[in-house]
Design a protein around this ligand. Structure first.
Ligand SMILES: Cc1cc2nc3c(=O)[nH]c(=O)nc-3n(C[C@H](O)[C@H](O)[C@H](O)COP(=O)(O)OP(=O)(O)OC[C@H]3O[C@@H](n4cnc5c(N)ncnc54)[C@H](O)[C@@H]3O)c2cc1C
Ligand code: FES
Length: 274
């Protein structure tokens, strides 16, 4: 008999890092499966995390598949489940089922320059693919990151971003002026126009709030990027994660299976249900 796909594997939280405090808190959780039979995944895939008695939430795996010691999730506190996740302590046990979704076609991007463009918690799915590319840097051209948040307090992976600057170009932004801020002030799509990444032999990956993604794509097109050079993720609400409930669909597509990663060439031809 096929195993029940809704039964999660048990995983222990081995580390919790408070990334962002305040009104929109973000925590990063590192987890390890209790049994030997965990799962392998592709960057850009997600997992359904459960807290027993509270519910489940779909969350992107923010660690790279090259890291075998743990699975990492970076979670913005939104409602019932994510608030319960934020209340957990190191050593607590959660349920993890997955991996779900298609992931980024990173092996097709060999030899290309990669430009990552993110906003807020949208850096979580990109973090996995960015670190996978960095882990095989010789396979890719120039790698750069343009990332923004509402305020400097809302920037996720602050210390890691400073480390990242030693390896690649990192351009940060915040939405409104702050006294100590030395980098760009304004929305992420405007910073894209300002930094002018070249479309030549390049792939652009953008994740963040839908409104940001819309204008980033518009501005990438203005810079000469073709639809098939632009990739993004869609975060339609999900229930089953396995193509059964129909909660996540865009037209005939089940985002939990056919997505969440799409090229703009694919997404622009689907109904605007995301
Ligand atoms: C493919 C995918 C990957 C995701 N990756 C991440 C991630 O890496 N980190 C992260 O913090 N979040 C991620 N999310 C969003 C996350 O699943 C939701 O924030 C979470 O399920 C909300 O559950 P809740 O019980 O805490 O909130 P609820 O109590 O269910 O809802 C609280 C509020 O959040 C809104 N909300 C719920 N689900 C979503 C959603 N999918 N998109 C937008 N708003 C939503 C509700 O409309 C409501 O306003 C992802 C979602 C998808 C579909
Ligand atoms: S979440 Fe149920 S079909 Fe996609």
């Amino acid at each position: 008999m096929e195993p029940n796909p809704y039964i999660p594997k048990l995983a222990k939280i081995i580390q919790i890092k408070e990334e962002v405090r305040g009104a929109r808190p973000v925590k990063t959780f590192r987890t390890q499966f209790l049994s030997e039979n965990g799962f392998s995944f592709r960057c850009g895939q997600c997992a359904m995390l459960s807290i027993f008695g509270r519910g489940e939430s779909m969350i992107s795996i923010s660690s790279s598949p090259l890291v075998e010691d743990y699975l990492q999730f970076s979670i913005l506190k939104m409602g019932r489940v994510t608030s319960s996740l934020h209340d957990l302590q190191e050593g607590d046990i959660i349920g993890v089922r997955g991996p779900y979704g298609n992931g980024f076609p990173i092996e097709k991007w060999k030899g290309k320059n990669l430009i990552f463009i993110g906003g807020g918690i949208g850096i979580a799915p990109m973090w996995s693919v960015l670190h996978t590319a960095l882990g095989k840097k010789e396979d890719y051209g120039k790698i750069s990151l343009i990332y923004g948040a509402r305020t400097s307090n809302d920037i996720v992976f602050k210390e890691e971003l400073e480390e990242l600057r030693k390896k690649i170009e990192v351009h940060l932004s915040i939405d409104v002026e702050e006294p100590e801020w030395k980098e760009f002030v304004g929305f992420v799509p405007i910073n894209v126009l300002e930094k002018k990444p070249s479309p030549e032999n390049a792939i652009a990956v953008t994740c963040g709030p839908p409104i940001m993604i819309k204008y980033v794509i518009q501005n990438l097109e203005a810079l000469g990027f073709k639809d098939e050079q632009i990739f993004t993720t869609v975060e339609n609400k999900m229930k089953c994660g396995i193509g059964k409930c129909g909660r996540c669909n865009i037209g005939l597509h089940y985002v939990c299976q056919d997505g969440p990663v799409y090229s703009w060439a694919e997404l622009k031809n689907l109904p605007q249900e995301y």
